[in-house]
Design a protein around this ligand. Structure first.
Ligand code: DQA
Length: 143
């Protein structure tokens, strides 16, 4: 199966961005790690990162006819982008929301996700393992 893995703003700076919260891995490290993981064998992943809301929405639209499932870490857009939420409900492709950090143990504004209800699950606080858990959930849902 084909999966889109979409990462939002500031995630291009993983590795130097607050490693205590987000881990030491760069986004490319996470990409290589997941692509090579035993559980993901036989599946294909298209990784995408953007700091721009509209580009993320355009990419979600490309999932129509091109992806069986989507894993998205919307970054700070998680907390206020109704447009990204609408894009996910519009394409109607099973989507999992993931976060490296525990958004529920941080600032109050991070406790609210406007994306969550558009997704089949949300994983947070597991650093890069959140992406793997998201993938496993999609596999189960698509079986
Ligand atoms: C994040 C959590 C968000 O609140 C934050 O704005 C990010 C990263 C995470 O992966 O923990 O950019 O999505």
């Amino acid at each position: 199966m084909n999966f889109f893995i979409i990462n939002g703003p500031n995630l291009n700076l993983l590795g130097i961005r607050n490693p205590k919260l987000y881990g030491d891995d760069t986004l490319l490290d996470i990409e290589k790690w997941l692509n090579a993981h035993d559980n993901t064998e036989g599946h294909s992943f298209l990784w995408f990162q953007s700091n721009h809301e509209g580009e993320i929405i355009d990419h979600i639209h490309k999932a129509i006819d091109n992806a069986d499932g989507i894993i998205i870490n919307p970054g700070a857009f998680t907390h206020y982008s109704y447009a990204i939420r609408d894009a996910i409900t519009t394409v109607n492709i099973p989507t999992v929301e993931v976060h490296l950090s525990d958004i529920y143990s941080r600032e109050d504004f991070r406790k609210k996700s406007v994306i969550k209800d558009a997704c089949i699950a949300q994983y947070f606080g597991l650093k890069k393992l959140s992406y793997l858990e998201g993938f496993k959930k999609l596999l189960t849902a698509l079986r």
